[in-house]
Design a protein around this ligand. Structure first.
Ligand SMILES: Cc1cc2nc3c(=O)[nH]c(=O)nc-3n(C[C@H](O)[C@H](O)[C@H](O)COP(=O)(O)O)c2cc1C
Length: 198
């Protein structure tokens, strides 16, 4: 019921039409919001696999799929990842995090190498949306390009240098119910030429 009310409120605020209101994919996108407090309950293996399958269904440049995912459920490793840095409490109190990495050995060459960041980001958004659709809460926490954060994760997880952690998605059953933000802003859109409004 709460989800329906949130959707209706968002649709009203955004002036969205009836098509979106009846579309479960759009509903899932519009009702996702970052969750930072989790119940201690473990996340089922089947749900973890579904999230990983959704992540790997993302598009990638030249279909390189230059990624690697590290699933962490071990409390000791979660504590090590949390370290002393900002955001550590979320990791310490979550049952699961999935570290989304670029695999630079599978990335494109030359100027195109950095496309791995976009590829892994697309996978991350798919993962977040899959988590939400499964009744889970999640938050994207950034690592790369902050070398200190990425280096810490790299060393805790014993990754080779060609594996670059982009972010870690902290996941669990939600223990908070924040209202999704309305970010619709027509000023961020141009039509045909930059700066042209509708
Ligand atoms: C690249 C990136 C890095 C982020 N890093 C963090 C982070 O370190 N800690 C955190 O709590 N949230 C982090 N977030 C989540 C954002 O704060 C959140 O997505 C934003 O405030 C919008 O809120 P929403 O996800 O509820 O729509 C990050 C998101 C992105 C895309």
């Amino acid at each position: 019921m709460k989800k329906l009310l949130i959707i209706m409120a968002l649709m009203f605020l955004m002036g969205a039409g009836a098509v979106e209101a009846q579309n479960s994919v759009i509903d899932n996108i519009m009702t996702r919001t970052s969750i930072r407090k989790f119940k201690p309950q473990a996340v089922e293996d089947a749900k973890i696999e579904t999230m990983l399958r959704a992540a790997m269904a993302a598009p990638t440049a030249v279909n390189k799929q230059p990624w690697h995912f590290v699933v962490v459920t071990d409390k000791k490793v979660l504590d090590e990842l949390a370290g002393k840095g900002r955001g550590g409490d979320m990791l310490r109190n979550a049952p699961l995090t999935i570290v989304v990495c670029g695999n630079l050995e599978k990335a494109l060459d030359g100027d195109a190498e950095e496309f791995w960041v976009q590829d892994a980001s697309a996978a991350t958004e798919n993962l977040l949306l899959a988590a939400h659709s499964l009744g889970l809460g999640a938050v994207w926490t950034g690592l790369y390009p902050i070398i200190e954060r990425a280096g810490h994760v790299n060393s805790v997880l014993g990754m080779p240098e060609y594996i670059m952690p982009l972010c870690t998605v902290i996941i669990g059953y939600p223990d908070e119910q924040p209202t999704p933000k309305n970010k619709w802003n027509p000023e961020n859109v141009s039509y045909n030429k930059f700066g042209n409004r509708k």
